[in-house]
Design a protein around this ligand. Structure first.
Ligand SMILES: Cc1cc2nc3c(=O)[nH]c(=O)nc-3n(C[C@H](O)[C@H](O)[C@H](O)COP(=O)(O)O)c2cc1C
Length: 190
């Protein structure tokens, strides 16, 4: 098995982070990997916002928690009610990928860019976890205005489609289990 496949199989969502920030070189590499994702017609209709300001991360986390609290989904409501539950798991970096809504497939392009970044991070020993609550916040009633007020540098006409946190996991913690893969998910037509 080559290193790429090993990284794909080994990557897991990390939900406990060291407070220390990820190295600038690693961040650059992760962002570069994101920008080399495929995109419809090669439009690259994405914008990457890297949030590393602890106060802003806390503020965003609190806002996202309130969206969970008011969601129709029982699991999300239950999570939000747990005071100790931190939606960003205290990770030091959040990356939001926003897409140009006039592009052909902005949401797909942004999601592919994010997956590239998750895999790049894993290959560098940087943990990550997708955090959908950021997009849910944007899609909530007041979300658009809230995002504007936070001055995240998202260009006009762009909407956030993918968000994930990044940081170093604790090596003393057990590596998360991938769980068994669901059977019968592949058909061959030959
Ligand atoms: C679209 C999407 C949204 C997700 N949102 C969250 C989230 O808000 N919080 C979280 O802890 N994990 C989130 N995850 C991570 C999944 O829970 C995780 O990928 C899944 O349980 C499989 O685990 P693994 O990533 O370790 O393989 C999300 C994943 C995807 C693809």
């Amino acid at each position: 098995m080559n290193e790429t496949i090993q990284t794909i199989l080994h990557r897991r969502s990390i939900r406990c982070y060291q407070p220390r920030q990820i190295a600038e070189k690693e961040l650059e590499c992760i962002l570069r990997a994101g920008q080399y994702a495929p995109s419809a017609m090669g439009e690259q209709p994405w914008h990457f916002t890297v949030v590393q300001n602890a106060d802003l991360l806390d503020k965003l986390q609190t806002m996202c928690k309130s969206v969970f609290l008011h969601s129709n989904n029982t699991t999300l409501r239950e999570l939000a009610l747990r005071e100790e539950y931190h939606l960003f798991y205290h990770a030091p970096t959040l990356i939001i990928v926003s897409g140009d809504d006039s592009a052909l497939t902005p949401s797909l392009d942004c999601v592919l860019a994010m997956e590239n970044m998750l895999l790049a991070a894993a290959s560098l020993g940087v943990g990550s976890c997708w955090v959908h609550s950021v997009v849910m916040l944007y899609e909530s009633r007041e979300g658009g205005e809230v995002f504007k007020s936070l001055e995240l540098g998202i260009p006009a006409g762009y909407a956030p489609y993918a968000a994930a946190v990044f940081g170093y996991s604790y090596s003393a913690l057990p590596w998360p289990d991938a769980g068994p893969r669901k059977p019968g998910r592949v058909s061959f037509v030959r």
